[in-house]
Design a protein around this ligand. Structure first.
Ligand code: ATP
Ligand code: MG
Length: 243
C-alpha cells in the first residue's frame, strides 16, 4: 500500500490546564482520499488538526506526513505539505489585498516573478475569486473570505488540504458552490464538519471522534446509515433524510 499522506499513531494530548483533548488517536489518510472527521462539540477535532501542521506538537504518540516524522526539525517542511484552512477566515487573511495574501505563502517558499504570478493566478482561478485580486480581504463577505483563504492554501501546492468546518456560515448557494469547488479539486482532503449531507456528497470515508477518541472509522455510507451510532455521538442527519 502507498505511504499515507498523514499517519497519526497513538496520539494523546493534554492542554496545559489539564484538559485531556486526545486519547490514543490513530488515523491514516491515503493519497487521493477524502475523509470526513465528524464528532460533537468539544470532541477534539480542531485539536487533532492543529497537530497535523505542528501548531500543537505531539506529547505522546507521533504524526508523519508523507513519511516524514513531525518534530522540531521537520515542522516547516510539514507546514508546507499540510494546508490547514481554519474555521475563521479572519485568522488567515492579514495582507492589504487578496493577491498579496495568496502570494504570501509561496513567496516565503522562495517563488518570485512569473512563476509566483502563475501560481497565484491558478489558485485564485480555482476558487473563482480572480476578480477580487485587488480588493482588501477585510472588505469581503464571509463566503468570499473563505474562498480566498482556500486559494492561499492551494497556492502552496500542499500534499493534503485540511478544512475546519468549511460550510459553516455559508448561504445555501455559497455552500453548493463551495461543495462543487472542493469536489473538483484533485487533492487529498480531510474535512471537519457538522454538515453530514455535505460530508456524504464529498467524502468516501468518515471517522467519528468523541471525547478525544476515535469511536468509528468506516465507509461514509455505513456510518451515516447507523442511526444508533450517530445518536450515541450527538450526530444526526436532517429530519427525514435517509442516505
Ligand atoms: N486552549 C485550550 N485550553 C484548554 N482546553 C482546551 C483548549 N482548546 C480546546 N480545549 C478543550 O479541548 C477539548 C477539545 O476541543 P476542540 O476545540 O478540539 O473540539 P472540537 O471537536 O473542535 O469542537 P467544535 O466542534 O466545537 O469545534 C474540549 O474539551 C475543549 O474545551
Ligand atoms: Mg473545532
Amino acid at each position: 500500500m502507498s505511504t499515507p499522506v498523514i499517519s497519526v499513531d497513538n496520539l494523546s494530548y493534554r492542554y496545559p490546564d489539564g484538559t485531556a483533548a486526545l486519547e490514543a488517536v490513530s488515523l491514516h489518510i491515503h493519497p487521493g482520499e477524502r475523509l470526513a472527521l465528524l464528532g460533537p462539540n468539544g470532541a477534539g477535532k480542531t485539536t487533532l488538526i492543529l497537530h497535523m501542521n505542528g501548531i500543537h506538537m505531539p506529547q505522546t504518540g507521533s504524526i508523519s506526513v508523507s513519511g516524514v516524522l513531525l518534530d522540531n526539525s521537520s515542522v516547516m517542511d510539514i507546514r508546507r505539505r499540510v494546508g490547514v484552512v481554519f474555521q475563521d477566515p479572519d485568522d488567515q487573511l492579514f495582507m492589504t489585498t487578496v493577491r498579496r495574501d495568496v502570494e504570501f505563502g509561496p513567496r516565503n517558499l522562495g517563488l518570485e516573478g512569473a512563476e509566483l504570478e502563475a501560481r497565484v493566478d491558478a489558485a485564485l482561478e480555482a476558487v473563482g475569486v480572480a476578480d477580487l485580486a485587488d480588493r482588501p480581504p477585510n472588505h469581503l463577505s464571509f463566503g468570499q473570505k473563505r474562498r480566498v483563504a482556500i486559494a492561499g492554501i492551494l497556492a502552496m501546492e500542499p500534499d493534503i488540504i485540511v478544512l475546519d468546518e468549511p460550510t459553516a456560515n455559508l448561504d445555501p448557494a455559497s455552500r453548493s458552490e463551495l461543495t462543487a469547488l472542493l469536489d473538483d479539486l484533485d487533492i487529498t482532503q480531510l474535512i471537519v464538519t457538522h454538515d453530514l449531507l455535505y460530508a456524504n456528497e464529498v467524502c468516501d470515508r468518515a471517522v467519528i471522534l468523541n471525547e478525544g477518541r476515535v469511536v468509528a472509522d468506516d465507509d461514509i455510507g455505513t456510518i451515516l446509515r447507523d442511526d444508533e451510532l450517530l445518536a450515541k455521538h450527538r450526530l444526526a442527519l436532517p429530519k427525514g433524510v435517509r442516505i
